[in-house]
Design a protein around this ligand. Structure first.
Ligand code: ADP
Length: 338
Protein backbone atom coordinates (compact mmCIF):
# COMPACT_ATOMS: atom_id res chain seq x y z
CA UNK A 1 0.00 0.00 0.00
CA UNK A 2 2.95 2.31 0.41
CA UNK A 3 3.89 1.78 -3.19
CA UNK A 4 3.20 4.69 -5.46
CA UNK A 5 2.28 3.90 -9.05
CA UNK A 6 4.93 5.08 -11.48
CA UNK A 7 3.61 7.94 -13.48
CA UNK A 8 4.85 10.10 -16.28
CA UNK A 9 4.00 13.70 -17.04
CA UNK A 10 1.85 16.12 -15.10
CA UNK A 11 -1.46 14.63 -16.21
CA UNK A 12 -0.44 11.16 -15.10
CA UNK A 13 0.75 12.42 -11.79
CA UNK A 14 -2.41 14.38 -11.08
CA UNK A 15 -4.57 11.37 -11.87
CA UNK A 16 -2.49 9.00 -9.79
CA UNK A 17 -2.36 11.40 -6.85
CA UNK A 18 -6.07 12.09 -6.99
CA UNK A 19 -6.74 8.38 -7.00
CA UNK A 20 -4.81 8.20 -3.74
CA UNK A 21 -6.74 10.85 -1.83
CA UNK A 22 -8.68 9.31 1.04
CA UNK A 23 -11.69 10.63 2.90
CA UNK A 24 -11.30 11.28 6.63
CA UNK A 25 -14.00 10.59 9.11
CA UNK A 26 -13.73 11.67 12.75
CA UNK A 27 -16.32 9.77 14.73
CA UNK A 28 -16.94 11.17 18.19
CA UNK A 29 -13.26 11.65 18.94
CA UNK A 30 -12.18 12.59 22.43
CA UNK A 31 -8.87 13.61 23.95
CA UNK A 32 -8.09 13.97 27.60
CA UNK A 33 -4.44 14.72 28.33
CA UNK A 34 -2.81 12.94 31.28
CA UNK A 35 -3.13 16.11 33.40
CA UNK A 36 -6.91 15.95 32.97
CA UNK A 37 -7.28 18.67 30.31
CA UNK A 38 -10.17 17.76 28.04
CA UNK A 39 -8.81 19.23 24.82
CA UNK A 40 -11.50 17.62 22.65
CA UNK A 41 -14.73 16.48 24.26
CA UNK A 42 -16.50 14.97 21.33
CA UNK A 43 -15.99 15.83 17.71
CA UNK A 44 -17.45 14.28 14.58
CA UNK A 45 -16.39 15.58 11.18
CA UNK A 46 -16.31 14.22 7.64
CA UNK A 47 -13.75 15.35 5.10
CA UNK A 48 -14.37 14.14 1.58
CA UNK A 49 -11.58 12.75 -0.60
CA UNK A 50 -9.87 15.63 -2.39
CA UNK A 51 -11.44 18.27 -0.18
CA UNK A 52 -9.53 21.03 1.62
CA UNK A 53 -11.01 21.61 5.06
CA UNK A 54 -9.82 24.35 7.38
CA UNK A 55 -10.03 24.08 11.17
CA UNK A 56 -10.26 27.49 12.76
CA UNK A 57 -11.00 28.77 16.24
CA UNK A 58 -9.42 30.65 19.13
CA UNK A 59 -6.14 29.57 20.63
CA UNK A 60 -6.47 26.50 22.85
CA UNK A 61 -9.73 25.25 21.31
CA UNK A 62 -8.11 21.98 20.30
CA UNK A 63 -7.24 22.45 16.62
CA UNK A 64 -3.71 21.05 16.78
CA UNK A 65 -4.83 18.22 19.01
CA UNK A 66 -7.42 17.20 16.39
CA UNK A 67 -4.87 17.38 13.59
CA UNK A 68 -2.31 15.31 15.46
CA UNK A 69 -4.81 12.66 16.35
CA UNK A 70 -5.34 12.05 12.63
CA UNK A 71 -1.71 10.98 12.19
CA UNK A 72 -1.50 9.62 15.73
CA UNK A 73 1.20 11.93 16.95
CA UNK A 74 -1.41 12.16 19.72
CA UNK A 75 -3.50 9.14 20.65
CA UNK A 76 -7.23 9.79 21.00
CA UNK A 77 -8.76 8.71 24.31
CA UNK A 78 -12.04 7.91 22.61
CA UNK A 79 -13.87 7.70 19.30
CA UNK A 80 -12.67 6.50 15.95
CA UNK A 81 -10.79 8.00 13.03
CA UNK A 82 -11.25 6.47 9.61
CA UNK A 83 -9.00 7.05 6.60
CA UNK A 84 -11.11 5.80 3.74
CA UNK A 85 -12.42 2.54 5.13
CA UNK A 86 -9.49 1.96 7.45
CA UNK A 87 -9.51 2.62 11.21
CA UNK A 88 -6.26 4.53 11.84
CA UNK A 89 -6.03 3.38 15.45
CA UNK A 90 -5.48 -0.13 14.12
CA UNK A 91 -2.62 0.83 11.84
CA UNK A 92 1.02 0.93 12.94
CA UNK A 93 1.58 4.66 13.64
CA UNK A 94 4.95 4.80 11.90
CA UNK A 95 3.57 3.29 8.70
CA UNK A 96 0.54 5.52 9.01
CA UNK A 97 2.64 8.68 9.16
CA UNK A 98 4.45 7.75 5.98
CA UNK A 99 1.10 7.86 4.20
CA UNK A 100 0.11 11.19 5.70
CA UNK A 101 1.99 14.35 4.74
CA UNK A 102 2.49 16.77 7.60
CA UNK A 103 3.48 20.42 7.27
CA UNK A 104 4.07 22.57 10.33
CA UNK A 105 4.59 26.25 10.94
CA UNK A 106 8.36 26.42 10.96
CA UNK A 107 8.61 23.63 8.44
CA UNK A 108 11.00 21.53 10.49
CA UNK A 109 13.47 20.90 7.67
CA UNK A 110 16.60 19.04 8.68
CA UNK A 111 19.20 21.84 8.79
CA UNK A 112 22.21 19.68 7.90
CA UNK A 113 20.58 18.08 4.89
CA UNK A 114 20.24 19.54 1.42
CA UNK A 115 16.87 20.43 -0.05
CA UNK A 116 17.03 17.21 -2.08
CA UNK A 117 17.72 15.05 0.93
CA UNK A 118 14.96 16.77 2.88
CA UNK A 119 12.36 16.19 0.17
CA UNK A 120 13.50 12.58 -0.23
CA UNK A 121 13.04 11.79 3.48
CA UNK A 122 9.98 9.57 3.26
CA UNK A 123 10.87 7.88 -0.06
CA UNK A 124 14.20 6.98 1.59
CA UNK A 125 12.42 5.55 4.63
CA UNK A 126 10.22 3.57 2.28
CA UNK A 127 13.29 2.19 0.54
CA UNK A 128 12.57 3.58 -2.91
CA UNK A 129 15.35 2.94 -5.45
CA UNK A 130 17.62 5.98 -5.73
CA UNK A 131 16.63 6.78 -9.33
CA UNK A 132 12.91 6.73 -8.60
CA UNK A 133 13.44 8.93 -5.57
CA UNK A 134 15.57 11.36 -7.60
CA UNK A 135 12.89 11.68 -10.28
CA UNK A 136 10.19 12.24 -7.69
CA UNK A 137 12.24 14.96 -5.96
CA UNK A 138 12.77 16.76 -9.31
CA UNK A 139 9.07 16.51 -10.04
CA UNK A 140 8.07 17.84 -6.62
CA UNK A 141 10.51 20.74 -6.62
CA UNK A 142 9.21 21.73 -10.05
CA UNK A 143 5.68 21.44 -8.77
CA UNK A 144 6.31 23.86 -5.90
CA UNK A 145 8.16 26.27 -8.19
CA UNK A 146 11.78 25.62 -7.18
CA UNK A 147 14.21 24.77 -9.97
CA UNK A 148 15.86 21.49 -8.80
CA UNK A 149 19.20 22.33 -10.43
CA UNK A 150 19.32 25.63 -8.61
CA UNK A 151 17.86 24.74 -5.23
CA UNK A 152 18.41 20.99 -4.84
CA UNK A 153 21.90 21.28 -3.35
CA UNK A 154 21.19 24.16 -1.04
CA UNK A 155 20.79 23.85 2.69
CA UNK A 156 17.72 25.24 4.47
CA UNK A 157 19.61 28.27 5.82
CA UNK A 158 20.36 29.27 2.21
CA UNK A 159 16.66 29.71 1.44
CA UNK A 160 14.12 32.43 2.16
CA UNK A 161 11.23 31.70 4.52
CA UNK A 162 8.86 31.27 1.57
CA UNK A 163 11.26 28.87 -0.20
CA UNK A 164 11.67 26.81 2.96
CA UNK A 165 7.89 26.60 3.19
CA UNK A 166 7.71 25.30 -0.39
CA UNK A 167 10.35 22.68 0.40
CA UNK A 168 8.23 21.67 3.40
CA UNK A 169 5.22 21.17 1.14
CA UNK A 170 7.31 19.24 -1.42
CA UNK A 171 8.62 16.99 1.34
CA UNK A 172 5.12 16.34 2.65
CA UNK A 173 3.94 15.35 -0.84
CA UNK A 174 7.01 13.30 -1.78
CA UNK A 175 5.69 9.80 -1.16
CA UNK A 176 2.29 10.70 -2.59
CA UNK A 177 0.40 10.63 0.69
CA UNK A 178 -3.33 9.98 0.82
CA UNK A 179 -3.84 12.92 3.17
CA UNK A 180 -2.02 16.15 3.91
CA UNK A 181 -2.19 17.73 7.37
CA UNK A 182 -1.04 21.34 7.70
CA UNK A 183 -0.67 23.15 11.02
CA UNK A 184 -0.45 26.93 10.53
CA UNK A 185 1.69 26.32 7.45
CA UNK A 186 1.93 29.90 6.24
CA UNK A 187 1.98 31.87 9.46
CA UNK A 188 5.76 32.16 9.84
CA UNK A 189 6.20 34.24 6.67
CA UNK A 190 5.35 37.89 6.11
CA UNK A 191 1.89 38.79 4.78
CA UNK A 192 2.92 39.42 1.17
CA UNK A 193 4.82 36.16 0.87
CA UNK A 194 1.95 34.43 2.67
CA UNK A 195 -0.60 35.57 0.11
CA UNK A 196 1.64 34.40 -2.72
CA UNK A 197 2.23 31.02 -1.08
CA UNK A 198 -1.51 30.62 -0.56
CA UNK A 199 -2.18 31.31 -4.23
CA UNK A 200 0.53 28.90 -5.32
CA UNK A 201 -0.79 26.35 -2.91
CA UNK A 202 -4.29 26.58 -4.39
CA UNK A 203 -2.84 25.99 -7.85
CA UNK A 204 -0.90 23.02 -6.53
CA UNK A 205 -3.99 21.58 -4.87
CA UNK A 206 -5.96 21.95 -8.11
CA UNK A 207 -3.34 19.67 -9.64
CA UNK A 208 -2.80 17.07 -6.91
CA UNK A 209 -6.28 17.13 -5.28
CA UNK A 210 -5.21 15.79 -1.91
CA UNK A 211 -7.49 15.49 1.04
CA UNK A 212 -6.19 18.31 3.21
CA UNK A 213 -6.90 19.38 6.76
CA UNK A 214 -5.35 22.75 7.50
CA UNK A 215 -5.26 24.53 10.86
CA UNK A 216 -5.14 28.30 11.00
CA UNK A 217 -6.25 31.15 13.24
CA UNK A 218 -6.45 33.51 10.26
CA UNK A 219 -9.99 33.86 8.92
CA UNK A 220 -8.74 35.39 5.67
CA UNK A 221 -6.61 32.32 5.05
CA UNK A 222 -9.52 30.04 5.92
CA UNK A 223 -11.83 31.81 3.50
CA UNK A 224 -9.24 31.90 0.74
CA UNK A 225 -8.20 28.26 0.98
CA UNK A 226 -11.04 26.24 2.41
CA UNK A 227 -13.62 24.27 0.45
CA UNK A 228 -15.26 24.04 3.86
CA UNK A 229 -14.40 25.60 7.19
CA UNK A 230 -14.95 24.02 10.60
CA UNK A 231 -15.20 26.62 13.37
CA UNK A 232 -14.26 25.17 16.76
CA UNK A 233 -14.72 26.56 20.25
CA UNK A 234 -13.18 25.37 23.52
CA UNK A 235 -13.04 21.62 23.95
CA UNK A 236 -13.06 21.05 20.19
CA UNK A 237 -16.75 21.85 20.03
CA UNK A 238 -17.93 22.15 16.42
CA UNK A 239 -19.81 25.42 16.10
CA UNK A 240 -20.32 25.38 12.35
CA UNK A 241 -19.06 23.39 9.37
CA UNK A 242 -19.80 25.13 6.13
CA UNK A 243 -18.54 26.71 2.94
CA UNK A 244 -16.79 30.07 3.39
CA UNK A 245 -19.74 31.92 1.82
CA UNK A 246 -22.27 30.26 4.14
CA UNK A 247 -20.08 30.90 7.16
CA UNK A 248 -19.74 34.61 6.42
CA UNK A 249 -23.31 34.98 5.24
CA UNK A 250 -25.14 32.91 7.82
CA UNK A 251 -23.20 32.37 11.03
CA UNK A 252 -24.97 29.51 12.78
CA UNK A 253 -24.26 30.41 16.40
CA UNK A 254 -23.53 33.55 18.44
CA UNK A 255 -19.96 32.27 18.81
CA UNK A 256 -19.45 32.12 15.04
CA UNK A 257 -21.15 35.47 14.57
CA UNK A 258 -18.68 37.03 16.96
CA UNK A 259 -15.74 35.11 15.57
CA UNK A 260 -16.31 36.23 11.99
CA UNK A 261 -17.96 39.54 12.95
CA UNK A 262 -15.08 41.96 13.10
CA UNK A 263 -13.60 40.73 9.87
CA UNK A 264 -16.92 40.53 8.13
CA UNK A 265 -17.41 44.30 8.30
CA UNK A 266 -14.06 44.96 6.68
CA UNK A 267 -14.65 42.28 4.08
CA UNK A 268 -17.95 43.85 3.22
CA UNK A 269 -16.35 47.27 2.83
CA UNK A 270 -13.82 45.84 0.40
CA UNK A 271 -16.58 44.55 -1.86
CA UNK A 272 -18.85 47.60 -1.51
CA UNK A 273 -18.29 50.01 -4.40
CA UNK A 274 -18.77 53.72 -3.83
CA UNK A 275 -21.80 55.09 -5.61
CA UNK A 276 -23.34 58.50 -6.00
CA UNK A 277 -26.47 57.50 -4.07
CA UNK A 278 -24.58 57.04 -0.82
CA UNK A 279 -22.78 60.40 -1.00
CA UNK A 280 -23.75 63.63 0.69
CA UNK A 281 -24.00 66.51 -1.80
CA UNK A 282 -21.16 68.99 -2.05
CA UNK A 283 -21.68 72.07 0.11
CA UNK A 284 -22.78 75.18 -1.80
CA UNK A 285 -19.44 76.86 -1.15
CA UNK A 286 -17.51 74.12 -2.94
CA UNK A 287 -15.79 70.93 -1.81
CA UNK A 288 -14.47 70.90 1.76
CA UNK A 289 -10.77 70.67 2.43
CA UNK A 290 -10.49 66.89 2.76
CA UNK A 291 -8.57 64.05 1.12
CA UNK A 292 -10.05 62.65 -2.09
CA UNK A 293 -11.04 59.16 -3.18
CA UNK A 294 -12.07 58.22 -6.72
CA UNK A 295 -15.66 57.10 -7.25
CA UNK A 296 -14.46 53.82 -8.74
CA UNK A 297 -12.88 52.90 -5.38
CA UNK A 298 -14.48 50.87 -2.61
CA UNK A 299 -15.86 51.88 0.75
CA UNK A 300 -12.73 50.27 2.18
CA UNK A 301 -10.53 52.65 0.15
CA UNK A 302 -12.47 55.59 1.55
CA UNK A 303 -12.04 54.37 5.13
CA UNK A 304 -8.34 53.67 4.58
CA UNK A 305 -7.79 57.24 3.33
CA UNK A 306 -9.63 58.64 6.36
CA UNK A 307 -7.62 56.54 8.77
CA UNK A 308 -4.24 57.33 7.23
CA UNK A 309 -4.91 61.08 7.02
CA UNK A 310 -6.86 61.31 10.31
CA UNK A 311 -9.76 62.92 8.43
CA UNK A 312 -13.40 62.26 9.29
CA UNK A 313 -14.64 62.61 5.72
CA UNK A 314 -13.42 62.36 2.14
CA UNK A 315 -14.33 64.10 -1.10
CA UNK A 316 -15.26 61.59 -3.76
CA UNK A 317 -14.17 62.44 -7.27
CA UNK A 318 -15.21 61.20 -10.69
CA UNK A 319 -12.56 61.68 -13.38
CA UNK A 320 -10.91 64.12 -10.99
CA UNK A 321 -14.05 66.24 -10.42
CA UNK A 322 -15.61 66.33 -6.93
CA UNK A 323 -19.03 64.72 -6.93
CA UNK A 324 -19.88 64.39 -3.22
CA UNK A 325 -18.73 63.91 0.34
CA UNK A 326 -18.56 60.73 2.38
CA UNK A 327 -18.32 60.85 6.17
CA UNK A 328 -16.71 58.25 8.41
CA UNK A 329 -19.95 57.23 10.09
CA UNK A 330 -21.58 56.60 6.72
CA UNK A 331 -18.70 54.32 5.71
CA UNK A 332 -18.93 52.41 8.98
CA UNK A 333 -22.66 51.97 8.36
CA UNK A 334 -21.86 50.45 4.96
CA UNK A 335 -19.73 47.82 6.72
CA UNK A 336 -22.47 46.88 9.16
CA UNK A 337 -23.75 43.43 8.37
CA UNK A 338 -26.76 43.16 10.61
P1 ADP B 1 -5.11 24.98 19.51
O1 ADP B 1 -4.33 24.24 18.48
O2 ADP B 1 -6.52 25.24 19.11
O3 ADP B 1 -4.44 26.23 20.01
P2 ADP B 1 -4.42 22.75 21.23
O4 ADP B 1 -4.93 21.55 20.55
O5 ADP B 1 -2.96 23.03 21.11
O6 ADP B 1 -5.26 24.03 20.79
O7 ADP B 1 -4.76 22.65 22.78
C1 ADP B 1 -6.06 22.37 23.26
C2 ADP B 1 -6.06 22.34 24.78
O8 ADP B 1 -5.29 21.25 25.22
C3 ADP B 1 -5.44 23.58 25.42
O9 ADP B 1 -6.14 23.86 26.59
C4 ADP B 1 -4.04 23.14 25.73
O10 ADP B 1 -3.52 23.84 26.82
C5 ADP B 1 -4.23 21.67 26.06
N1 ADP B 1 -3.05 20.85 25.75
C6 ADP B 1 -2.39 20.75 24.58
N2 ADP B 1 -1.37 19.87 24.66
C7 ADP B 1 -1.40 19.39 25.93
C8 ADP B 1 -0.62 18.46 26.68
N3 ADP B 1 0.40 17.79 26.09
N4 ADP B 1 -0.93 18.23 27.95
C9 ADP B 1 -1.96 18.88 28.56
N5 ADP B 1 -2.75 19.77 27.92
C10 ADP B 1 -2.47 20.03 26.64
Amino acid sequence: MDVTPETSGAGGRATADAARAASISLEGIHKRYPDGTEAVRELSLEVKAGELVVLIGPSGCGKSTVLRMINRLIEPTGGRIMLGDEDVTRVDPVRLRRRIGYVIQNVGLFPHQTVRANVATVPRLLGWPRERSRRRVDELLDLVGLDPSQFGRRYPHELSGGQRQRVGVARALAADPVVLLMDEPFSAVDPIVRTRLQEEFLRLQAEVRKTIVLVTHDLDEAVRLGDRIAVLSQGGHLEQYDTPAALLGEPATPFVREFVGADRGIRRLVVTPLDRETLEPLPAGGPPDAPTVPLRGSAYDALAVMLTSAADRVVVTDEGRPVGVLGRQRVLDLGRTE
